[in-house]
Design a protein around this ligand. Structure first.
Ligand SMILES: [Zn+2]
Length: 339
């Protein structure tokens, strides 16, 4: 396979961590004329869609057997994996970006798909074919199969017992959909962060990552690098409303899709998103070409006219400051902003 585009042109693609993680789709950017769209980690609406599809299929069913094709997937030794077998599934929960399957005896199977992990619903006893298949969870009506693209094995499975153990893996961010404006503002203002960083920090907000934060900021008409300590009260209101609206819109949308079949194409990139993954395409609100700030392992998309008062953020002076490279992380970008 050929990986053209930015990293390919610099001869860096092969060394780029995203290549090994299966984080690419062949997609040509209309603005930058490169093909290097990265795939994002499933976020709150995507995880909710998986849970909505799984509930009618496995709740009340016995988990007959768990088959592991990759020993590395399981990150806990006790309770043993065999201790969950034969138990009835009682409940499913989202914990941050993880899916927790609760069975009898307060035992929980907790899956983190990371970036390239995906779930599939297959006929009972489906074979684990190919290197991408990591595990199968066998129920009488079907098998839940976990796959992971790329060569890096990042997806994980924890077997936990009890609420306390479950809490120990929760990064602790608040659930925006059950929070009011003031607790939202307090959580995001603990430190002076860029909005992009604050929205995607799992210790601040639960389940929001790169894709939906782009959508939220576009809906709120706020710059991804605006600082939380400088937001006006009216901007907080807009950000809070946009966060709830965006998540609710996509949850409903993906839930509806999950009614017609198991969500096989889960990705936090959707072609009908407003800005995320749409660099170079027209903004649905104003028609201006969507821009991006790129750092080594990801990118942020935004509209210059709707969000940053006409200012292109990743401009030449920024890149000159950084030498030939873009910031590697949002932390670096944030540090740069504070200089
Ligand atoms: Zn716009």
């Amino acid at each position: 396979m050929v990986y053209p585009g930015f990293w390919g042109a610099l001869g860096r693609w092969a060394r780029h961590p995203a290549a090994a993680e299966g984080r690419y789709t062949a997609r040509r950017c209309g603005n930058c004329k490169v093909t290097c769209k990265l795939v994002s980690m499933p976020e709150l609406p995507d995880i909710t869609a998986y849970i909505s599809a799984l509930e009618p299929r496995i709740v009340g069913q016995p988990l007959d057997h768990v088959r592991l094709a990759s020993a590395f997937l399981l990150r806990t030794a006790q309770p043993s994996l065999s201790s969950v077998e034969g138990n009835i599934v009682r409940e499913l929960r989202r914990i941050g970006k993880r899916i927790a399957i609760g069975v009898d005896k307060d035992l929980w199977l907790v899956l983190h798909l990371m970036i390239a992990g995906r779930l599939h619903w297959r006929p009972p006893g489906a074979k684990l074919a190919g290197r991408q298949s990591l595990a199968a969870f066998d129920f009488p009506p079907g098998s839940l199969v976990l796959t992971e693209a790329g060569t890096k094995r990042r997806a994980s499975l924890h077997v936990l017992k009890g609420e306390e153990a479950l809490r120990s893996i929760d990064p602790g961010g608040i659930d925006v959909l059950s929070s009011d404006l003031s607790s939202f503002r307090v959580a995001l203002s603990v430190e002076n962060r860029t909005l992009k960083r604050a929205l995607t920090d799992p210790r601040i907000l639960s389940g929001i990552g790169n894709a939906y934060s782009d959508e939220i900021l576009h809906a709120a008409q706020l710059s991804p690098i605006a600082l939380t300590h400088k937001l006006a009260p009216e901007e907080w209101e807009r950000l809070y409303a946009a966060t709830r609206y965006t998540l609710e819109f996509w949850i409903e949308r993906l839930r509806d899709e999950a009614k017609t079949g198991f969500p096989e194409k889960v990705t936090a990139f959707r072609k009908d998103m407003a800005v995320h993954g749409r660099c170079g395409e027209p903004c649905p609100r104003c028609g201006e070409a969507i821009q991006r700030i790129r750092y080594a392992d990801n990118e942020t998309n935004y509209c210059v006219r709707c969000q940053t008062g006409g200012k292109v953020l990743a401009d030449r002076s920024l890149s000159r400051l950084l030498g030939s490279d873009w910031p590697r992380t949002l932390d670096e970008l944030e540090a740069l902003k504070r200089r």
